[in-house]
Design a protein around this ligand. Sequence first.
Ligand SMILES: [Zn+2]
Ligand SMILES: [Zn+2]
Length: 148
Amino acid sequence: MQESDLERIIQILRSHQLKVTPARLEVLRIILNSKEALSFPMLEKMLPHLDRTTIFRTLSTFLKKSLLHTVPDTEGKLKYAYSNRINTCQEHIHFTCLNCHNTCCLPNSHIPFIQLPDGFQYSYANLLVHGFCDTCSQERAATSASYE
Ligand SMILES: [Zn+2]
Ligand SMILES: [Zn+2]
């Protein structure tokens, strides 16, 4: 772990009134440095030396402190992504790739206002856009070109 990286993570934990523990440092570092949202099994694989309960507890603590938000997956499983000030201010849309199944935040795309029928109460919205990510689109373009 780089020194500046470590300092930044410690600062984030402290600013959320969280005690700094080795597990919290590691889980947060992985989530911060990941471009895509991560599922519990993915985190387990990346942190083989931590036990499931520790990872699970760390995630629930982070969720409670709004350090993370959950992202829906195509199979209805949850993934976790870091919440910075930009993407927590407003609910945003997520993107999932049909080929590599990576899911990422689109913090600049906000969930539009949704008109509910009378008497309905809004809680939250999950909006998942499906398509092909930059890497997979390039691969698809390359494969289709080679058929010509
Ligand atoms: Zn992809
Ligand atoms: Zn997000």
